[in-house]
Design a protein around this ligand. Structure first.
Ligand code: NAP
Length: 504
């Protein structure tokens, strides 16, 4: 509980209150914050969408969403009765200026009832083409006039390419100060991702090892069993590089590669992360082919079920060139990381779902044991599992019990389930609380987003202009196309098998 936040009246306006994101993530997150006594004493959630609903009907939908999706399980009557009176609904079209005058009146009425000025948070959980429209309309209705108490939260995707991201940043910058803008990348709210910073910067033993002298290469994999399914409308214009690498995977890379910040403050942390993006080696049209590979899943079988190929998904273009898999080799050109490859891969319909960062350390400089001893010898690895397992494993060599000297790889493990009794919060709980607290550490700054777009643009441009003739090129339940193996194999490496413990 934060005493300052508790006493700060807050209005949380959700554009897209009737949508999927609110149902699956925002409603359960706000409810869990309420259960754990984090919400301000004077708090109102106003949901909005075009659907006509009364306050009570919207409360009923929120309850169903909480019961379905919340990590805390079904709400009891008592708990829900405590939360429900804070929820309101206003049917409105975001393109209609009248909508915003109505919001203004509601917010004023709440402030009058509370006898205090409220912090107002506008959460844009709507299609990205509405982001500029909503921002402009809020400004024209005078709802953004006080920068000390209004904040705007922008969902992913932030732009479609560098140019559109710059335009959106510029428009937001004309209305809001940067300290009011919260660009969500929900990966940054995950416990294990935040823990990388604790692990790196709260332990003296890591820093001396964390550089090119000791680390051979880094792999970051975010794999999914799910296919694109009903989302082809959005996905066909995006693809794996835009949807995952430009944001989530590059953010993970930044946290692994960043220099130690002077303090754990938003500007310090974000400055150090943007330094990484600036130091990353740019691609040229000539070298894209050597540094990046794409794939698309064909039809196949997964866990005993026949699954369609991407081009057969509902609504998909039967000739689509959109990639559902991408693997890219990056370099960070600075003193710490010169020459260390960072391999990033992501894809759909793969063998299993997992998000894992693996830091591969260099081999020992001289091997003193017999060659037979070395049979099971492996270089040290640090395996950071983000999901579904939440753990950090340091793989080291140990002597196998017995009269002879044989080595074995063993794991030194920190795992959340075994260490903590309490359940980790969902990423959205952490992030929504941070928005209310005014803490931007886990949100992307405008320059970060633009640097990340700038970095991937040559690949996007190359893939757009060069139609791939061999798509689809991987089947369901595989680890992606063979070209992805070749990308790392030509450097003498292979993709590590993702940890098999934990549920799929
Ligand atoms: P969705 O299920 O299609 O919901 C869209 C919402 O927008 C609905 O509440 C809809 O309300 C509202 N809306 C549409 N046109 C409107 C208009 N003219 N005026 C007022 N409201 C309007 O979309 P979603 O999946 O929740 O995604 C929302 C945003 O979050 C997108 O930017 C998406 O990229 C991002 N996002 C979603 C997820 C996810 O898991 N769903 C994850 C990451 C990011 P009515 O239907 O009542 O009109």
């Amino acid at each position: 509980m934060n005493a300052l936040l508790k006493s700060q009246p807050t209005v949380f306006v959700i554009f897209g209150g009737t949508g999927d994101l609110n149902a699956r993530k925002l409603a359960p997150a706000l409810y869990n914050l309420f259960l754990e006594n984090w919400l301000p004493n004077q708090f109102a959630l106003i949901g909005t969408g075009r659907t006509t609903l009364s306050d009570d009907e919207f409360r009923g939908r929120m309850l169903a969403d909480v019961n379905h999706f919340s990590r805390s399980g079904k709400a009891t009557d008592g708990q829900w009765q405590g939360f429900a009176p804070n929820i309101y609904y206003q049917a409105a079209d975001v393109q209609d200026p009248k909508t915003y005058r109505e919001f203004g009146k509601r917010i004023k009425a709440l402030e009058k009832e509370w006898g205090a000025k409220a912090n107002v948070i506008y959460y844009l959980a709507v299609a990205p083409n509405f982001f500029p429209i909503i921002a402009k309309n809020l400004a024209e209705a005078g709802l953004t006039a006080d920068p000390t108490c209004t904040r705007i939260v922008i969902e992913k995707p932030f732009g479609h390419d560098l140019e559109s991201a710059k335009q959106l940043n510029q428009l937001l910058g004309e209305i809001f100060q940067e300290k009011q803008i919260y660009r969500i990348d929900h990966y940054l709210g995950k416990e294990t991702v935040q823990n990388i910073m604790a692990f790196r910067f709260a332990n003296a033993i890591m820093e001396p090892l964390w550089n090119r002298n000791n680390i051979e290469h880094v792999q970051i994999s975010v794999t999914e069993q799910l296919g694109v399914g009903e989302r082809t409308g959005y996905y066909d214009g995006a693809g794996a590089l835009r949807d995952m690498i430009q944001n989530h995977l590059l953010q993970l890379l930044c946290i692994v590669a960043m220099e130690p910040p002077v303090s754990f403050s938003a500007e310090e942390v974000r400055d150090r992360k943007v330094d990484v993006l600036r130091a990353m080696r740019r691609f040229t049209p000539e070298n894209v082919r050597d540094m990046a590979v794409r794939g698309q899943y064909g039809p196949g079988w997964l866990e005993g079920q026949q699954v369609p190929g991407y081009r057969e998904e509902p609504g998909a273009d039967p000739h689509s060139n959109t990639e559902t898999f991408a693997a890219v080799k990056f370099f960070v050109d600075n003193w710490r990381w010169q020459g260390v490859p960072f391999y990033l891969r992501t894809g759909k319909r793969l063998h299993r779902s997992a998000s894992v960062i693996t830091i591969q350390f260099k081999d020992v400089p001289h091997f003193i044991f017999s060659p037979e001893t070395a049979e099971t010898m492996r270089q040290n690895r640090l395996v950071i599992s983000i999901q579904p397992e939440m753990s950090i494993r340091l793989q080291v060599q140990a002597k196998r019990p017995g009269v002879d000297m044989m080595l074995n790889t063993v794991d030194m493990v920190f795992d959340y389930k075994g260490t903590y009794v309490s359940e980790a919060p969902e990423a959205y709980e952490t992030l929504l609380l941070d928005v209310m607290l005014g803490d931007q550490t886990l949100f992307m700054r405008g320059d970060q987003v633009e640097e990340a777009w700038d970095l991937v643009m040559p690949i996007l441009n190359s893939w757009q202009t060069r139609t791939s003739q061999n798509l689809p090129n991987y089947s369901a339940d595989s680890w992606g196309p063979e070209t992805a193996e070749a990308l790392v194999a030509k450097d003498g490496f292979h993709w590590f098998t993702l940890p098999l413990n934990g549920k799929k």
